[in-house]
Design a protein around this ligand. Structure first.
Ligand code: SAM
Length: 279
């Protein structure tokens, strides 16, 4: 029986990954291949390249292409109060414990355009905790980070986000936190006061801060199991003992060796606490 060999576009994808690492130092080798391939093909098509191979040649010879390639591979899709039940659980199960700390460090990894970190700021503000919080919001996509920093979003999102807020247990109107202007909404500047936005690559960079809470939702799903486990190790090293990790309801860490160091608090919202269960 003839050996089955990889398809041409799978070989091109592996060469693209190698080229990106060799030429630009970005390592995508730990990303799940099926979704990565779709994104690389979309970037190639947007640059009028007929194959991933053509895109590889361009990326090797034209450094100016890199920001667009990283932006194209990053999927910065989000919503405010996305998966509202997770924020309801966070408010009920985690914030009351965090309230005992005089100062609270929070790391939100994979912040995309900022929808989630502004959600956190609102949740903390309504719990009376925001004044003593420092939130670090990180991503490896500079274009998304710049938009996050601006805090300006399409007005068309307002209806979904308001419904999410109410479903998460919001007691006010989400519209109290923004000013609508033409087709856009601009979030209230005071929401930014304790947020620091920074570029951080979960694949390549180390511990970011010592945090009481880490949120990283809808990011690990793009990684292979081996990379997920490595990033979980990074979160473990970045959390204080008893610190909380919120992965959200799309991720699972059950398979990962590092998961043994966390105790599951909420199976649905995937909220974990570093350390063994309290006796
Ligand atoms: C689908 S968005 C998730 C946004 C938000 N956390 C949410 O759940 O709505 C995934 C984000 O992860 C970021 N990301 C992917 N790989 C990353 C990496 N290696 N380091 C840092 N951020 C990464 C992407 O740039 C993107 O903004």
């Amino acid at each position: 029986m003839p050996l089955s060999r990889p398809a041409a576009d799978d070989i091109e994808l592996e060469l693209f990954i190698q080229a990106l690492q060799l030429r630009h130092g970005y390592d995508f080798s730990g990303y799940a291949r099926a979704s990565l391939k779709r994104r690389v093909q979309a970037v190639a098509a947007a640059r009028q390249c007929r194959t991933i191979g053509e895109l590889t040649t361009r990326v090797v010879h034209d450094d100016s292409l890199l920001p667009a390639v990283i932006a194209g591979l990053s999927v910065p899709v989000s919503e405010m109060f996305r998966n509202p039940s997770v924020f309801k659980a966070l408010a009920a199960e985690v914030l009351p414990v965090l309230a005992s700390y005089p100062h609270i460090n929070i790391w939100q990894a994979g912040c995309a355009r900022g929808e989630e970190v502004y959600t956190l700021a609102i949740l903390l503000e309504e719990a009376g905790l925001y004044a003593r919080c420092q939130i670090y919001a990180t991503d490896f996509n500079d274009a998304a980070l710049a938009q996050a920093q601006e805090g300006i979003f399409p007005l068309a999102e307002a209806r979904t986000w308001s419904a999410n807020y109410l479903a998460a247990g919001g007691q006010h109107s989400l519209g109290d936190y923004w000013h609508a202007r033409y087709e856009h909404l601009k979030l209230d500047e005071r929401l930014k006061r304790n947020i620091t936005f920074a570029n951080h690559n979960l694949v390549a960079d180390g511990v970011f801060c010592e945090a009481q809470l880490i949120l990283c939702r809808n990011v690990l799903i793009y990684f292979t199991n081996a990379l997920q486990d490595r990033v979980l190790g990074l979160f473990r090293d970045s959390l204080v003992r008893g610190g909380y990790l919120v992965l959200g309801n799309k991720e699972s860490i059950a398979f990962a060796p590092s998961a043994a160091e966390f105790t599951e608090l909420d199976a649905q919202a995937r909220i974990y606490r570093l350390g063994p269960a309290a006796a």
